[in-house]
Design a protein around this ligand. Structure first.
Ligand SMILES: NC(=O)c1ccc[n+]([C@@H]2O[C@H](COP(=O)([O-])OP(=O)(O)OC[C@H]3O[C@@H](n4cnc5c(N)ncnc54)[C@H](OP(=O)(O)O)[C@@H]3O)[C@@H](O)[C@H]2O)c1
Length: 306
């Protein structure tokens, strides 16, 4: 199996590594070339070159502006398109331009699938993501064997734009729940319990969830090195507000949560993991809980945060 991969950020590099481990011969491209070289796979000269060299190319980019620039920019992907080429876009897009990406690929004789991802860096490295897919059925079947190497569950939703809208609905849960867990932790400590104890009780009660399981260690150790950054959830909550406007529906918990994350960004913590919202709501630095690995002598409270 051969494929191209564009966008070697936090999620993209975890997915690309998993594909290589699973025997996919990857050629890659990234705007910042050093990240592409770090993967150890052949690096293409441009997105267009990549699509002319490989019949299927995956994208995992920050947002729809990034996707538009990789598709349409100088030496962009669509300049190399044609002949039944397939672009599989794992990016969390805005629901509006994503429909145009399908059309633009079609005009060039290529196919485009939107395939946003549920799950983060750790599930990606284990091939345990969930992927939502919208686009043509034949393209979905071509992509399936690749997607099965990185995901445990794949939902084919058909209609263009639907996978993206559902991904945003999922991130309404992720953002609001992360903020709620953070606030609950602040309250648990305020009533006199140790952080680990509060988390243990929440995990046995209403907090039991994939989000809490994924973030417990980070909250205990105060390790906010990014898996999914605060800046990205802020982006998604903004897109949700556009969705609310398009649907003419109120967005109540989502809007409040967007403002909570605005506070995170205001404090310069955009690049940290979204779980840093706990430190912001707490109003004081989080030091590793006593006895946790992060509490070892000489270890900084935020070991790999840059
Ligand atoms: N991280 C997660 O756990 C997670 C989970 C689910 C979904 N997602 C979604 O997956 C996507 C990628 O997330 P991530 O965490 O990997 O983000 P990230 O670490 O910020 O990486 C973003 C990638 O986009 C590239 N990029 C940004 N602007 C660009 C532009 N104008 N032109 C070309 N390339 C551009 C970056 O290139 P440079 O290296 O040059 O900056 C980098 O490769 C996002 O849409 C995010 O919402 C992430």
């Amino acid at each position: 199996m051969q494929a191209g991969f564009i966008g070697l950020g936090m999620l993209g590099s975890a997915i690309a590594r998993r594909m290589i481990e699973q025997g996919v011969a990857l050629r890659v491209w990234n705007r910042t070339r050093a990240k592409a070289e770090a993967l150890g796979a052949p690096v293409a000269a441009s997105p267009a070159a990549l699509l002319s060299e490989t019949p299927i190319v995956f994208l995992c980019l920050r947002d729809s502006d990034a996707v538009a620039s990789v598709l349409h920019g100088p030496a962009g992907l669509l300049h190399g398109a044609g002949g039944g080429r397939l672009i599989v876009d794992l990016t969390t897009n805005h629901f509006s331009p994503v429909v145009g990406f399908h059309a633009a690929a079609r005009e060039r004789g290529a196919a485009y699938l939107e395939a946003p991802v549920l799950g983060s860096v750790v599930p990606a490295s284990q091939g345990a993501l969930t992927i939502l897919v919208s686009g043509g059925e034949a393209a979905g079947e071509t992509a399936r064997p690749y997607l099965e190497r990185i995901a445990r569950r794949i939902f084919f939703l058909g209609e263009e734009g639907l996978a993206t809208r559902m991904k945003l609905v999922n991130n309404l849960v992720l953002g609001t729940f992360m903020a709620t867990l953070a606030e609950a932790l602040v309250y648990g400590e305020a009533i006199g319990l140790e952080r680990e104890r509060v988390l243990e009780i929440l995990a046995a009660g209403a907090g039991e969830s994939a989000v809490l399981r994924a973030k417990t260690r980070k909250l205990i150790e105060g390790d906010f090195a990014p898996h999914f950054s605060a800046g990205l959830i802020y982006k998604d909550l903004h897109i949700l507000q556009d969705l609310a406007r398009a649907l003419r529906k109120p967005l109540l918990t989502g809007s409040a949560t967007k403002e909570i994350f605005a506070r995170v960004l205001e404090q310069g913590r955009e690049a940290d993991d979204l779980s840093v919202v706990y430190e912001i709501l707490r109003g004081a630095p989080v030091t590793p809980a006593a006895g946790s690995p992060g509490a070892a002598p000489g270890r900084s409270p935020r070991p790999d945060a840059s």
